[in-house]
Design a protein around this ligand. Sequence first.
Ligand code: FMN
Ligand code: EPS
Length: 388
Amino acid sequence: MRFLTSGESHGKALMAILEGVPAGLHITSEYINKELRRRQIGYGRGKRMEIERDEVEIISGVRGGYTLGTPIGIVIKNRDWENWKNVMDPEEILEEKMVTKPRSGHADFAGAIKYHFEDIRNVLERASARETAARVAVGAIAKAFLSEFGIEIISFVEAIDSIENRFDINNFEWDVLKRKAEKSDLRMIDEEKERQAKELIDKAKEEGDTLGGRFVLLARGVPIGLGSHVHWDKRLDALISHAIMSIPSVKGVEIGEALYASLNKGSKVHDEFYFGENRLRKTNYAGGIEGGISNGEIIMVRAFVKPIPTLRRPLKTFDIKEKKITDGYYERSDVCVVPAAGVVGESMLAFVLAKEFLNKFSGDHISEIKESFEKYKKYVYERLGWKS
Ligand SMILES: Cc1cc2nc3c(=O)[nH]c(=O)nc-3n(C[C@H](O)[C@H](O)[C@H](O)COP(=O)(O)O)c2cc1C
Ligand SMILES: C=C(O[C@@H]1CC(C(=O)O)=C[C@@H](OP(=O)(O)O)[C@H]1O)C(=O)O
């Protein structure tokens, strides 16, 4: 399974092609649109989200609501295109809106030098996280695939602008957590902490500043055996880290309780075996992956999101045309995108897990894959002496 996206932030549309989805998977645009909506609603977003109302058009690969096993093509229109078509027309630039002042923290500076551009817009349009809308559409399809096999992914915001408030992987209820995250526009699970975080976001906005934070991804139902120890590029933790790190503004990825593990003795952090009912561990500090292979426990990923680069009170910049240090520029911007980044994170994790699942249980039609999965499940239960 693989996908590509294309599209500029203020261009006509975003596109994605997802290849390798087996035939027979039920997909509707209504279902994908719900996921797109989840990415858009999030406390701390700016004016652009008031313009966009992301909806997918399925172009290919699906017929009568079921996948054909052919590449799936999707398009999401940019409503803002109407306001930018003179600037962004692919054939002719009808209105100059040259950007020559790079924002620290964005791709502006390095991109303009690398690609020999005088206009930074040629870089920022594609570096923009607008592209993540297409990833969420792809991720929705990956999630639909995983759910056929009882695999579910959720996310929540752990903290905004704070090292406090670390979630305890060994003590939580899945359904409660999911319900709380879904009902909140900051996707936090503790009402009081969320109230405080919103105050921080409001204050940052007032001050013309921005904020980062952390989100957590959890995947349950992942069978033992996705990924592999045999090569560096097959290790599941490495594949997941790559995918999550590729989300604009994510600067750190932690699998399981990596920080805690680095600070404690082995006897405190390794998940000792015991014989339970369909479970062999009491704890899950490893976050569901050992030796690059899923071990049947919940997969846990924590991502560290930096503050948004575009500041209403901009930092000093280096004007690449004038070749001098000067005041930065500001048009508009989000203030905090941790909730949205979490939803993108779900999509990226879903894609990696679906891909690895298909590597292990391949087949051209969902029914073939189900057969192979059921056979493997039976084998695992027998090996472990569990009741089915
Ligand atoms: C959903 C989402 C929305 C974003 N919105 C903005 C924004 O409004 N302004 C901005 O400067 N950066 C925004 N970013 C972050 C930049 O895209 C990102 O910092 C930039 O591409 C540089 O990449 P890097 O932070 O990974 O180095 C957003 C990121 C995400 C995930
Ligand atoms: C459009 C989206 O995010 C955008 C990501 C982004 C950036 O620089 O990354 C900059 C902003 O766009 P604009 O410059 O048009 O205000 C965000 O709104 C989106 O998430 O759909």
